[in-house]
Design a protein around this ligand. Structure first.
Ligand SMILES: Cc1cc2nc3c(=O)[nH]c(=O)nc-3n(C[C@H](O)[C@H](O)[C@H](O)COP(=O)(O)OP(=O)(O)OC[C@H]3O[C@@H](n4cnc5c(N)ncnc54)[C@H](O)[C@@H]3O)c2cc1C
Ligand code: FES
Length: 331
């Protein structure tokens, strides 16, 4: 579904620490909450000052649209984001106070879409990457009862959640998934919670023990994890969507700061898994822009299996941030 991004002011209702280096911000912003879809994001100005100049992108971790189901005492039109402190912008965010107003732009990008005809959805999140999978799990769970798009997900264990992190205090989202009647499987690299290892180990185990005939994968996390998920998806021939947290400057398609290398083929048009609007957002870059020598349009490339795949650059903020994993050139 195509939505128009809005500039809005959002009031901070709650700001909590949720993990060793992670926080949750609950914002009242009915204009954006009305439109927001799982996998889309906002660009958030982290301070009232002009420094840092650039807004920072964050995925929705919960959305309560206006008029939705809230306790009578609570306000609606709410967005939540979860963030991990990694640098200057996110460090400044830890100082934000409840009641303060923030400038936000959104909803932006293309979110997750239902893989057609699949009976099981496996959601794989690494660290803070679990955040956008919470509203997607909610949509899948609710949709199973209400929406034709999700009617294939009719088995009791149709939605499976796998969460990975470095250690116990970096595992996020468990409570939220339990509220959705989902029992996430957990792995930690140091073995302090769940199965020792990586979320991708859980995925391989799940596919080998429970079968994989009608499975679709949805993943968000660090790039090496996503590359491994994509490789597993190829190995088992499964449709797989990945949310790429590419570095972004404008978030609106104007700067090419979020360019992602993708295969140059009609995969979007032909793929039954592609979101309906994504094809319109494609940009065909010349090979000169892509580092080639001829300057010819990449449209003129002819696929040659002995050569590396022809590629173009996609703007993650417009065509993504959710992509079909087979589209991405993982380097
Ligand atoms: C669509 C999208 C959704 C996102 N959703 C979330 C979310 O829900 N929660 C969350 O915590 N983060 C999310 N991110 C990443 C988040 O935007 C960055 O962590 C944040 O902008 C870093 O800002 P900073 O000023 O603290 O870091 P900077 O000072 O800009 O950078 C600090 C360090 O972090 C690295 N870094 C910065 N941005 C990224 C990035 N996008 N990916 C990988 N490394 C990066 C830099 O290379 C540097 O090493 C998302 C990014 C995108 C594009
Ligand atoms: S961030 Fe500017 S084009 Fe995507």
């Amino acid at each position: 579904m195509k939505t128009t991004a809005k500039e809005a002011k959002a009031r901070i209702l709650r700001h909590q620490r949720i993990g060793a280096d992670s926080f949750r911000l609950r914002l009242r912003c009915p204009e954006i909450a009305r439109l927001a879809q799982p996998g889309q994001f906002i660009m958030l100005r982290v301070s009232e000052q002009s420094d840092p100049f650039l807004r920072r992108p964050f995925s929705f971790s919960r959305v309560f649209p206006p008029g939705g189901k809230m306790k009578r005492t609570e306000e609606d039109g709410i967005l939540e984001i979860c963030y991990k402190v990694v640098g200057r912008g996110t460090s400044l965010m830890t100082k934000l106070q409840e009641g303060q107003q923030l400038h936000v732009l959104g909803p932006l990008g293309n979110g997750f879409w239902a893989a057609q005809g699949r009976k099981q959805a496996i959601l794989i999140g690494g660290g803070i990457g679990i955040a956008p999978l919470i509203p997607w799990a909610e949509k899948l769970q609710r949709g199973r009862a209400q929406d034709r798009t999700f009617r294939n997900l009719n088995e009791p264990s149709a939605v499976v959640v796998l969460i990975g992190g470095e250690s116990r205090d970096k595992i996020l989202g468990v409570k939220e998934f339990k509220k959705l009647d989902l029992e996430p499987q957990i792995s930690t690299e140091d073995g302090s919670l769940g199965v020792p290892g990586m979320a991708t180990d859980l995925l391989e185990r799940e596919l080998m023990t429970r079968g994989h005939v009608s499975v679709a994968l949805y993943a968000c996390g660090p790039m090496p994890m996503l590359a491994k998920v994509a490789q597993i998806a190829d190995q088992f021939d499964l449709p797989c969507q990945v949310l790429l947290e590419a570095r972004m400057a404008c978030g609106m398609g104007a700067c090419l700061g979020c360019a992602v290398k993708v295969r140059e083929e009609d995969s979007l048009k032909n793929s039954q898994h592609a979101p309906p609007d994504a094809a319109e957002e494609r940009i065909l870059c010349t090979s000169a822009f892509a580092g080639g020598e001829t300057g010819a349009s990449s449209e003129s490339f002819v696929q040659d299996v002995s050569q590396p795949p022809a590629f173009r650059y996609a703007r993650a903020c417009k065509e993504g941030p959710v992509f079909e994993s087979r589209e991405i050139i993982w380097e």
